[in-house]
Design a protein around this ligand. Structure first.
Ligand code: AP5
Ligand code: MG
Ligand code: ZN
Length: 214
């Protein structure tokens, strides 16, 4: 199964993508997580990406596409994947469609997790992220067992550099201008499925499972 998660920054794409990956036994591929891991490890790609990410801007398509096309070649992708944060522009979506077509394949669903802008800023300021395993929490909605420590791997949690309120607003603007057009793109391909992302986390997941099948 090949699933794309669409939605604004903070809509819950990462939260739901991890649950989908566990249930359907497919890898969770987040371009944001890959960039953050590269920043943490001080790679050249990380240095390039950080300059854009910290400003709330998108990393250029060329850099992103190179990275993701390599990731698709890994053996764990043979039964599909759940994509979180990619594609994010029309050129990225077109490149993905072409790459799949070359293998006679296509994605199964693009799931749009719908959350209005008003809800996003409070979600982001309360988010805490694990840069080691990619888990995300919320200080009020999704707390950890021990404050500030990842439930999954025991690493210390951080507030992401791009989760400051000014940067969140910028990211929302970028989302509306560059990423929202993908809703139309996947609607016209007959792949779009909508879920209400303002519901409680488990209810959002149930709605997604109804779409993907049990
Ligand atoms: P990325 O890491 O993808 O960030 P994003 O799209 O801005 O999305 P987020 O990770 O912020 O939100 P999310 O939807 O995953 O929400 P989450 O589940 O954490 O990208 C970061 C940057 O990298 C980009 O700005 C760009 O620069 C670059 N980049 C990445 N991919 C790129 C690409 N393809 N092309 C170019 N550049 C790229 O949830 C948010 C919070 O809400 C959490 O605290 C969570 O616990 C909580 N929450 C989740 N669900 C619920 C719920 N139902 N109720 C209450 N709280 C909830
Ligand atoms: Mg995320
Ligand atoms: Zn962790």
């Amino acid at each position: 199964m090949k699933v794309i998660m669409l939605g604004a920054p903070g809509a819950g794409k990462g939260t739901q993508a991890k649950k989908i990956a566990d249930k359907y036994q497919i890898p969770h591929i987040s371009t944001g997580d890959i960039f953050r891991a590269n920043i943490k490890n001080g790679t050249e790609l990380g240095t390039k990406a950080k300059a854009y990410m910290d400003q709330g801007l998108l990393v250029p398509d060329e850099l992103t596409l190179e990275l993701i096309m390599d990731r698709f070649k890994e053996p764990d992708c043979k039964n599909g994947y759940v994509l979180d944060g990619f594609p994010r522009t029309i050129p990225q979506a077109e490149a993905l469609t072409r790459a799949l077509e070359e293998q006679g394949e296509s994605i199964d669903y693009a799931v749009n997790v719908e959350v209005p802008d008003e809800n996003i800023i409070s979600r982001m300021s309360g988010r805490r992220a694990c840069l080691s395993c990619g888990a995300t929490y919320h200080i009020v909605h999704i707390p950890t067992k021990v404050e500030g420590v990842c439930d999954r791997c025991g690493e210390k949690l951080v507030l992401r550099d791009d989760d400051r309120p000014e940067t969140v607003e910028k990211r929302l603007g970028v989302y509306h201008s560059q990423t929202q057009p993908l809703i139309e793109y996947y609607t016209s391909q007959g792949k779009l499925a909508e879920v209400d992302g303002t519901q409680e986390m488990e209810a959002v997941f149930e709605a997604i499972v109804k779409i993907l099948g049990a």
